[in-house]
Design a protein around this ligand. Structure first.
Ligand SMILES: Nc1nc2c(c(=O)[nH]1)N[C@H]1C(S)=C(S)[C@@H](COP(=O)(O)O)O[C@H]1N2
Ligand SMILES: [Mo]
Length: 542
């Protein structure tokens, strides 16, 4: 086998970086050491200009989609997947470059440089991780752990290089095993290393994710036991439209999203965990009565209100699953403002979050919509950690990017400050675009009626707080036919629609469009997500 420097470097890079990722992950779950790839990603997103970051994230998401990996569709954030891939690719690239460069060095030099590269990246990564903080482990330990892990990576890199380039003849003599004739072909050697890498990667990742799942379930369970308000029955699943005769076509997404399936999108990869018993919400600035509200103040001293809400992410494409519906409970921001008494000069609420996210809310907006709330419960239970415990805002008709989670303070001010994503080039208003989506063409539910064979077709339509008055379906560019609508859970949720299509055999092309509550048709022309949210017709072949 002939050595192809760079190509072999790519393979070795993957074989070494994958287990490194696994081991770092396991250690992060076992010993609360930081998972460095997240820290590096967080640091990069903070340092790089915003447009580059969103562009980069977009390209990554599209790439993952292309390879059929639905990262953005799962409850895990796409950012975490991207952080891991970024780390993996960096490791592969560095290894490839090393394999190329080492060709011009003598043995001793190559070994030194390989281990040196590991040490260099170890120092950089450890510095970033320690700088970001957030681990309960002392900084020195974090530093030594990461440095050590990377040095081992670099040493293994140089070791593999030495083995793989040691001889131009086919069998290479193993340098570790006693020289008693133990020889291995290069192919065997790569297979051995590959298997070891696979075993380490799979074992450490598997164990790590078991630990992680268990720990988070425990935390969430602890939260719902200690903090659940008994008046909010956590088992209530009777929905206001349960008696609606229009039933969703089989295969339509659940009208009420199970909490664990609700999408999540965050600027950071780190889980934000706030202690609800010590958390307070300071409200300061241009007000007569500065306040610092505890969670129980918010729950007990204000009239609670609940709304069914569909939340969607501006970066979702038409038909994406970055959208979900649940019941939000909290207090009207108007009521809170009535207590703190803004001055005449007050114009905005500048809201800050534990992860560095922030957003500006115009007081006129608060006055014009009493539904706007500081929300502390989803689905009748305290907010899940990932969804903003202990407090998040709800602003009807806006995309999620305008709605901070993990709120830590509110400043009443006359100085505008653009929100986190607005500073990074996204729409300052971010009103939800009207879109409609086909979830299913339920051929298996085909049925006969009046001598006709009908196939239920179904999905959702959403236009923020403007509601939906009509949904229409078109098959194979024929005429638009009106679908039946289920009455929505509220005026601010998606609407589930259904159209029973007269079946004809063969392949078909289905399209859907909707109109807002006041009859305004959805805009059919396709447009990308940036900066104001995607629109265009959704279609399905079946
Ligand atoms: N503090 C904070 N709030 C945030 C974000 C964030 O990254 N940090 N992301 C926003 C975005 S872009 C969206 S789409 C919603 C997602 O909320 P969810 O994860 O609970 O679905 O949260 C919003 N609020
Ligand atoms: Mo978002």
């Amino acid at each position: 086998m002939k050595i192809h420097g760079i190509r072999m470097g790519l393979v070795v890079g993957a074989l070494l970086t994958a287990p490194l990722l696994g081991v770092l992950y396991l250690a992060s779950e076992l010993a609360e050491l930081p998972f460095a790839p997240y820290d590096v990603f967080d640091r990069l997103t903070r340092e790089l200009p915003g447009y580059l970051v969103t562009y980069g994230i977009d390209v990554m998401i599209d790439t993952l989609r292309f390879f059929g990996m639905g990262v953005a569709d799962s409850a895990k954030t796409a950012e975490r997947a991207i952080a891991v891939l970024q780390f993996l690719f960096a490791g592969i690239a560095v290894a490839a470059i090393y394999f190329r460069v080492a060709r011009n060095m003598d043995r001793q030099q190559a070994r030194l440089i390989g281990t040196g590269i590991g040490a260099l990246f170890g120092v950089i990564t450890a510095t970033v991780s320690v700088g970001i903080g957030g681990s309960s482990v002392p900084s020195a330990v974090v530093f030594i752990w990461l440095l050590g892990a990377f040095v081992v990576w670099g040493w293994a890199l140089s070791e593999l290089y030495a083995r793989l380039s040691s001889s131009t003849s086919e069998p290479v003599i193993s340098q570790i095993d006693p020289p008693s004739g133990s020889t291995m072909s290069r192919r065997q050697f790569v297979i051995t290393v590959g298997s070891a890498a696979a075993v380490i990667t799979v074992a450490s990742t598997g164990l790590g994710s078991l630990l992680s799942g268990a720990a988070r379930r425990e935390l969430d369970a602890a939260l719902s036991i200690s903090d659940t308000d008994q008046s909010l029955d956590p088992n209530r699943i009777i929905l206001p439209n349960d008696n609606d005769p229009v039933r969703a076509a089989i295969g339509t997404r659940p009208e009420y999203t199970p909490l664990e399936d609700h999408y999540s999108v965050s600027i950071g990869t780190r889980h934000i965990e706030i202690d609800g018993s010590t958390w307070t919400l300071p409200i300061s600035g241009l007000i007569a009565n500065p306040a610092s509200l505890t969670l129980s103040d918010l729950r007990d001293n204000f009239e609670p209100m609940s709304h069914f809400v569909t939340l969607s992410c501006i970066s979702g494409r038409v038909g994406s699953s970055l959208i979900g519906t649940t019941e939000w409970t909290g207090v009207s921001i108007r009521d809170v403002l009535a207590q703190v008494q803004p001055n005449a000069e007050a114009r905005y609420l500048d809201i800050s979050s534990a992860d560095g996210f922030h957003e500006l809310v115009d007081l006129n907006e608060v006055q014009s919509d009493e539904r706007m709330m500081l929300c502390y419960a989803w689905d009748g239970k305290p907010l899940p950690l990932d969804h903003g415990f202990p407090l998040r805002i709800w602003r009807p008709d806006r995309y999620g990017m305008k709605q901070p989670r993990w709120i830590t303070s509110i400043k009443v001010t006359d100085e505008p400050r653009e929100g986190y994503w607005v500073q990074r080039g996204w729409d300052a208003v971010a009103q939800v675009q009207a879109t409609s989506v086909i979830d299913t063409v339920a051929a298996k539910s085909m049925y006969e009626k009046d001598g006709q064979t009908l196939v239920p077709v179904g999905g959702i339509a959403f236009a923020g707080a403007r509601g939906i008055s009509k949904v229409e379906i078109r098959v194979d560019n024929g005429p638009w036919e009106e679908a039946s609508l289920r009455s929505p859970l509220s005026g601010t949720t998606w609407v589930v629609w259904r159209y029973d299509w007269p079946f004809s055999s063969g392949g078909h092309f289905f399209e859907v469009r909707c109109a807002e509550g006041d009859g305004t048709p959805q805009i059919e022309e396709e447009r990308g997500n940036r900066p104001s949210g995607a629109r265009g017709l959704h279609s399905k072949r079946a």
